[in-house]
Design a protein around this ligand. Structure first.
Ligand code: DP6
Length: 376
């Protein structure tokens, strides 16, 4: 007999950034972070977890049809924690099938190109943990599962929820209180939109896993960021989301991204994730906001050159339309209603850099958390 369960899980893009580990083994962060979960119609991982005595003897994982190494400490930690929870369930209920001891077969597919430099590990580990929890019929809450997903990849813990999600850094040495919590569901502020500008990078930069450890080891500036800047931003961001105050949300998002990239520059040797195309995206957002006379668009950048621009639905034409005016027809606009704006307001050099450097766009919105799908 083969037991199986499936789920989807979303991508999230942080507006208060996780950048630093206080315990690399348990993946405990130096600061809390906060993200917006993006819609799964545009970006998601679909994962099926199965187990059977006919499989084996090894656990296996296929991602987009190619076999992945599951022997790494991160994947092993997730498997071990989930098996421990299932074993406890089996011990308390003798009628349950003994699944914890069976080999696992995991099959994952992304609906977006893995190579695009999008945060795929977040959706990947969230889906892996949620799928196995479904298979094992664990009664665990998303917050309990986030503690496990965190050990796969830090940002993954935030993809167990939809909407607006905080990862509270916690204080316990064993990481038991370093978990994700919902700040507000997507329905609270459903008009949030995200426009992703996919920038072709020549070579892969420093991975976030190693980059953030070098930052903690060498950057003086990061100490100030952890102690003063992030706590202030977490508080301001939660309030802005409660009040659906886009001007504050946008301001904090941009200052946060800049603070994170400043600590990257303060790392030794320095780490550069933004390139000239990223800088042109910043300029374009500034010019769009200047034309509007207030903050209607906010940029943020992760560990790569792609820009994510947040805005509210009512400003689709003023923000996405202005960017479309710059970029012209490109993969990603099809099926999305965006009225093209003139580019007069945007710096001519920025226009040229964006035209040359952006290879496609993804226009999406705030969305829901993992969704259980047909168990096949
Ligand atoms: C810049 O979650 O990929 O996207 O825990 O080592 O897997 P690991 O790191 P990861 O780092 C994400 C860094 C970031 C900011 C963020 O998502 O908060």
């Amino acid at each position: 007999k083969v037991y199986q369960a499936s789920t989807t899980a979303p991508v999230n893009i942080a507006v208060v950034k996780y950048w630093g580990k206080r315990d690399p083994k348990l993946n405990l962060p130096t600061n809390s972070s906060l993200s917006v979960t993006l819609s799964q119609s545009d970006l998601r991982t679909h994962t099926t977890a199965a187990c059977s005595s006919t499989f084996g003897p090894e656990d296996t994982l296929l991602l987009n049809s190619s076999p992945q190494d599951v022997s790494g400490a991160r994947t092993q930690a997730c498997f071990r924690e989930l098996r421990t929870l299932r074993s406890a369930l089996e011990a308390s209920n003798a009628s349950l099938p003994k699944l914890a001891s069976l080999p696992l077969r995991i099959v994952s597919e992304n609906n977006f190109p893995t190579a695009a430099g999008l945060a795929s590990s977040a959706a990947g580990f969230a889906a892996l943990v949620r799928a196995i929890a479904n298979l094992y019929e664990l009664p665990s809450s998303p917050t309990e599962l986030s503690r496990i997903a965190r050990q796969g990849s830090g940002s993954a813990c935030r993809s167990l929820f939809g909407g607006y999600v905080a990862w509270e850094m916690g204080a316990n040495e064993d990481g038991s209180d370093s978990v994700a919590v919902e700040v507000a569901p997507a329905s609270h502020w459903p008009t949030m939109r995200a426009l992703i500008l996919v920038v072709s990078a020549e070579k892969k930069g420093v991975s976030s896993t190693s980059g953030m450890q070098i930052t903690v080891a060498t950057s003086e500036l990061s100490k100030h960021r952890f102690a003063v800047v992030v706590p202030k931003h977490m508080e301001a961001m939660k309030k802005a989301i409660q009040e659906k105050d886009f001007e504050t949300f946008g301001k904090v998002t941009m200052v946060e991204s800049n603070s994170f990239h400043a600590t990257c520059l303060d790392t030794f040797p320095p780490i550069f994730y933004m390139n000239d195309v990223s800088k042109a995206a910043i300029r374009a957002v500034e010019d769009i906001n200047t034309r509007a006379g207030k903050i209607i668009a906010a940029y943020t950048f992760d560990a790569g050159p792609n820009a994510v621009i947040y805005y509210e639905e009512e400003n689709t034409d003023a923000v996405a339309g202005a960017v479309k005016g710059v970029l012209g027809e490109l993969d990603g606009w099809e099926g999305k209603e965006v009225k093209v704006q003139d580019t007069k307001a945007i710096d001519a050099k920025a226009v040229q850099a964006l035209k040359d450097g952006v290879s496609r766009v993804i226009l999406t919105s705030v969305g829901e958390g993992p969704i259980r799908t047909q168990d096949s």
